[in-house]
Design a protein around this ligand. Structure first.
Ligand SMILES: [Zn+2]
Length: 90
């Protein structure tokens, strides 16, 4: 697990997850989360571009397999924020 304080903020691309990869800006982070074991991994954008440039996010998601062997991945786009949210008093 990450031991820094960054967290992932999901931000769907314009047009949602049916948008094709080549329309999504390069700075967007792709994070795959396994629904079965909860494991998260960041996908290499260069690799995605090479193999799935014209595919949409949902198509790519359907092809991902987790290290645990499950093909039950949720693929999100967004970005990392490094500091915890202010005013979190709960
Ligand atoms: Zn898994």
């Amino acid at each position: 697990m990450d031991n820094d304080s960054r967290r992932f903020v999901e931000h769907q691309p314009l047009g949602g997850y049916s948008a094709s990869l080549n329309t999504i800006p390069q700075h967007v982070i792709f994070l795959a989360e396994c629904r079965s074991c909860g494991r998260q991994r960041e996908l290499d954008r260069a690799l995605l571009d090479a193999y799935a440039n014209m595919a949409n996010v949902r198509n790519i998601e359907a092809r991902l397999r987790c290290a645990c062997g499950e093909k039950n991945t949720r693929l999100m786009t967004g970005y990392w924020v490094s500091s915890p949210p202010a005013g979190n008093s709960s």
